[in-house]
Write a protein that binds this ligand. Structure first.
Ligand SMILES: [Zn+2]
Length: 192
């Protein structure tokens, strides 16, 4: 009788592990992904975009988050040449849970200061864009993705969320990756 109990017990453990594993697999595939839509001026931008995206891809993959290019859109010449919040707010782009990254000529702040990248968040959370000018840095897209999902600035040079000069191998902490993951889930829930 005792051996029978052992076998039943073992089977139960096995089933629980198996079901928990398949649940984890499902969660990883559906929830830990950041789809990117690229809005480019030309084929040349595609090479630059691929290179720049390799940084957030690598850094976030270390935390189990998969950044991937969902779609590439070549903008009409002249479209959104003057990129400012009024123009973007009026734009007819899809409102979705994806991150739309625009490659543009140059970018300046309100006080005339040159910017390497900008995250534009409208009142509707399902419409948020990242602007990347020609003059940018390798970790800027990762930094703006961090803002998109709720991260604030930090002083640490080895951290991606530092504003200004960062170490060439700056990363996200585990806590920051968890905030990004929570931000992804809440955005997806409200934008699907
Ligand atoms: Zn910032």
């Amino acid at each position: 009788m005792r051996w029978l109990t052992k076998i039943v017990f073992f089977l139960l453990i096995g089933c629980c592990n198996l079901s928990r594993y398949s649940h984890c697999e499902t969660l990883t595939k559906q929830d830990d992904t950041i789809p990117i839509v690229l809005h480019l001026r030309s084929e040349k931008d595609l090479d630059v975009a691929t290179k720049l995206l390799s940084y957030p891809k690598k850094t976030l993959l270390a935390h189990g988050i998969n950044v991937y290019i969902d779609r590439v859109i070549f903008r009409e010449e002249g479209e959104l040449d003057i990129v400012g919040t009024p123009e973007m707010e009026r734009s007819t782009l899809d409102e979705d849970e994806k991150i739309h990254i625009f490659f543009i000529d140059s970018l300046y702040g309100d006080d005339g200061e040159q910017l390497y990248g900008l995250h534009v968040n409208f009142s509707n959370r399902c419409k948020s864009y990242i602007l990347i000018p020609d003059e940018t840095t390798l970790s800027t897209i990762a930094h703006e993705i961090g803002h998109e999902f709720g991260l604030i600035h930090t002083e640490d040079r080895s951290n991606i969320m530092r504003s200004g000069e960062r170490a060439s191998d700056a990363t996200f902490t585990k806590e920051q990756a968890n905030i990004i993951r929570e931000g992804m889930l809440s955005k997806r829930k409200s934008c699907y």
